[in-house]
Design a protein around this ligand. Sequence first.
Ligand code: SAH
Length: 215
Amino acid sequence: MVDNYRHKGLRKKLVETLRNKGVKNARILTAIGKIPRHAFLDRAFEDWAYQDAAFPIGNEQTISQPYTVAYQTDLLEIQPKDKILEIGTGSGYQAAVLAEMGAKVYTIERQKTLFDKTNKLLQEMGYGQIRMFLKDGMEGLERFAPYDKILVTAAAKTIPKALKDQLAIGGLLVIPVGDQEGQVMYRLTRIDVAKFKTEKFDYFRFVPLLKGINP
Ligand code: SAH
């Protein structure tokens, strides 16, 4: 993977664009300024990598728009050493942003082709500390629960119960909820075992959260 001055220049511009759109969190901007997003797209689309746009990554999936990545990351209030579960690894870019911010990342993908490709890429890029699982993320990842933060990067019709159950007390769950026309970004805070605070934010459009794995 080549990361040259042109890429670095484009990345700086992307950070500027995000700042102008209202992203204020310096730690998020630093991570985005550091990660070669073009490595997460096919070579032919290199020039698209630093547009603030979502982009197809194969298997009918997309790499989230940088603004969306920044938005969800901001709502998660990431602290170094946070244990985070991400549902919908996709390209691996969002997981890389969380890892750059010092979080301990567990991420789940349901499509084997994407899982294999991204697993290899993250290893090659030196993100061996990100742990990837081929699973149905709606069930969460009981083995390493509870999580300080849980992030869902696909559109959920309803909030999967397993994810609420696997959240630490005081933990945050960020999840887009709605149909394919659009979703509202939700943030749940687990106040107590059975008590959650719910906040609603802006509208977004994600690919759907689907049941089962696609081998
Ligand atoms: N976070 C990704 C964006 C991924 S798009 C990135 O930074 O690129 C959403 C991803 O969620 C897709 O790869 C899709 O296959 C995956 N997905 C959908 N339903 C899922 C489920 N139940 N469990 C795990 N992954 C799922």
